[in-house]
Ligand binder design. Structure first.
Ligand SMILES: [Zn+2]
Ligand SMILES: [Zn+2]
Length: 301
């Protein structure tokens, strides 16, 4: 009950913000036309919604009796990590894990123009079969962007979707291999890929305007860090306080945040080992917060 109240409040809040954003964009388009500014320079306002903020098992973990998994606090309930980015010209998700269907229903998503993949581990691609609903509705294959490792991982996991067959109702993907050194465009929006290592696997984060989203990072080179230096909003993974071989621990994530110096940072891909949201949150630096499912953040594209 509390959950649905919170979500409907979030929905009406986000609708309100969308109206304000539309007005802002329209005003900007109007004045740009008046001053003869190139359409490319139009300021795009966007909204990010956290669809999931949990690590690969989600929270609660099946059959776990720990205090986090038993917590009644909605902020301790985390689906697998993913975000929805809504801009005027399009909406896309970063990753589509096993909770994708539930996440699309919960956020009332009616159109999906692309999926950006960080990597092809199952907690990030496991729900891609369900893009079928958008294939039927939009009468288009869903554009999927990822590095070569993510694209070949997707082709292995969903091999049935790529077989020549008459079997109807398969998901349709339009695959785009991203070069980590090369920014790319989706409908006029520049997207800057950021490379990181998830243990030894090269994965991608993405910078869109003044916002950067990175998850499942363990290490990053100074060159890649430079691409996100000074962003307004940084979203980055923090698994737990203890060390982990392939994910940043909390102190490592905070070190990266101090280096990048964003105005605000949100931690995601969180394990039940991190502790209760209300207990751990007050221990964070002033500009850092734990993300939670349903949280929205505005950005400039
Ligand atoms: Zn993951
Ligand atoms: Zn637990």
């Amino acid at each position: 009950m509390n959950n649905s109240i919170q979500h409907s409040t979030l929905n009406s809040l986000s609708i309100g913000l969308r109206v304000i954003q539309k007005f802002y964009v329209n005003l900007y388009v109007h004045t740009s036309k008046f001053y003869g500014i190139n359409q490319q320079s139009i300021l795009i306002m966007g909204m990010l919604t956290f669809l999931g903020t949990g690590t690969s098992q989600g929270i609660p973990v099946i059959a776990c009796e720990c205090e986090v998994c038993r917590s009644a606090d909605a902020k301790d309930k985390r689906l697998r990590s993913s975000v929805l980015l809504q801009m005027d010209a399009m909406q896309l998700t970063i990753d589509a894990g096993p909770d994708f269907r539930q996440q699309m229903l919960r956020a009332n998503v009616k159109r999906l123009d692309a999926v950006l993949l960080t990597h092809a581990h199952f907690d990030h691609i496991g729900g891609l079969d369900d893009v079928r609903s958008f294939n039927y509705l939009q009468k288009l294959p869903t554009p999927i962007y990822g590095n070569s490792q993510a694209i070949s991982g997707l082709q292995r996991t969903f091999d049935y979707a790529f077989r020549k067959t008459d079997y109807p109702g398969l998901p349709e993907f339009q695959l785009h291999t991203v070069n980590a050194a090369q920014p790319f465009l989706i409908r006029q929006q520049t997207i800057i890929p950021i490379e990181a290592l998830h243990h030894k696997l090269p994965i991608l984060g993405y910078r869109i305007g003044d916002l950067a989203y990175l998850t499942d990072v363990k290490t990053m080179t100074p060159k890649e860090l430079l691409k996100i230096k000074g962003v307004n909003t940084l979203i980055i993974n923090a698994l737990k306080k203890e060390n982990h071989f392939s994910h940043l621990r909390l102190s490592e994530a905070l070190t990266i945040i101090r280096h990048v110096e964003p105005k605000q940072a949100f931690l995601t891909h969180i394990s039940h080992f991190m502790g209760l949201h209300e207990v751990i949150e007050p221990t964070l630096p002033a500009n850092v917060r734990f993300a939670y499912d349903g949280l929205t953040v505005s950005f400039e594209g």
